[in-house]
Design a protein around this ligand. Structure first.
Ligand code: 6GU
Length: 228
C-alpha cells in the first residue's frame, strides 16, 4: 500500500511514522508513506495556503489551488482508491471502515486546518471524508495519524502474530477480555486461577464470558454493529 499525506506540518509526521508497526511496515516494504508539504504547491510569494472566507466570518479557509495542484500531480503518477479528507464534520471512522481501507493499493489523505477548506475541494476532488470522533482537534494531522495506524496494522505481514489483529476488540463486535502476565501475585492481587490451569476449553469459555460482560456494561451499542 502507498499512502500520500498532504499537510502544512510535514515535520509532524516524521516522528509519527518512525516507531513500532508503522516503522516496521515501511522497512518491510508493506507500506510506503510519502509526506507532502502543501506550501510547496502555493503559487504566491508568501507561500500562503489560506484566505478569508467569502461572505464574512471568523477563521481562515484553505485555498483550493495548492490542494488541487498537489493532488493532480499525484493522480498523474498513479491511480488512487480514495482521496480522503480528515474533518470533524464527517462520518465517524470505525473498524469496518479501517478493514475496507486496509485493502486499498493507493490512498491520499488531506489534513485540514483553520476553519476548513474551500467547499469545492470537497465537492470535486475528495472521494471520502472521515472524522475520528465527536470532538474538535486543532488540525487533521492527529486524526490522520489515528487513521493510518488503524489501517496499516490490518495489512497482512505488519503484525508478526498473524491472528492478533483479527482478535482485537471490535473485530467480533465484542470488547476484549482481561489479560495478565507475570507475576501471578502482585501486592496480593491475583491473576484469575482459571488462566493458570492450562485448560484451553475453560479458558476460552471464561474469556468469552468476560468479553460479553464487559461489552454489555460499557458498550451495549456494539452488539448491533456490523464489522465487515
Ligand atoms: Cl478528522 N479533524 C479535526 N480537526 N478534528 C477532529 C477530527 C478530524 N475528528 C475528530 N475531531
Amino acid at each position: 500500500m502507498r499512502i500520500d499525506i498532504i499537510t502544512i506540518f510535514p515535520e509532524f509526521f516524521k516522528e509519527v511514522i518512525s516507531y513500532s508497526i508503522l516503522e516496521k511496515s515501511q522497512t518491510k516494504k508493506i507500506v510506503e508513506i510519502k509526506i507532502h508539504d502543501l506550501r510547496k504547491y502555493s503559487l504566491n510569494n508568501q507561500k500562503s495556503v489560506d484566505d478569508y472566507q467569502y461572505g464574512g466570518g471568523a477563521g481562515m479557509v484553505m485555498n483550493i489551488e495548492p490542494i488541487d495542484l498537489c493532488i493532480k500531480k499525484l493522480k498523474s503518477e498513479r491511480s488512487y482508491d480514495d482521496i480522503i479528507y480528515m474533518t470533524p464534520d464527517a462520518k465517524k471512522l470505525d473498524q469496518a471502515e479501517c478493514n475496507k481501507l486496509s485493502l486499498s493499493k493507493n490512498l491520499i489523505i488531506l489534513c485540514g486546518h483553520y476553519k476548513g477548506i474551500d467547499h469545492r475541494v470537497r465537492e470535486h476532488i475528495i472521494t471520502k471524508e472521515l472524522s475520528i470522533g465527536d470532538y474538535v482537534l486543532t488540525g487533521g494531522e492527529l486524526a490522520c495519524s489515528v487513521l493510518i495506524d488503524s489501517v496499516i496494522r490490518l495489512i497482512p505481514g505488519t503484525i508478526s502474530d498473524g491472528t492478533s489483529a483479527l482478535e482485537d476488540s471490535f473485530q467480533d463486535s465484542l470488547l476484549t477480555y482481561p489479560i495478565y502476565t507475570r507475576p501471578s501475585t502482585y501486592n496480593g492481587w491475583e491473576v484469575p486461577k482459571i488462566l493458570l490451569n492450562g485448560n484451553e476449553k475453560e479458558i476460552k469459555r471464561w474469556r468469552e464470558k468476560k468479553s460479553i460482560e464487559k461489552t454489555k456494561a460499557t458498550r451495549p451499542d456494539l452488539f448491533k454493529k456490523d464489522f465487515l
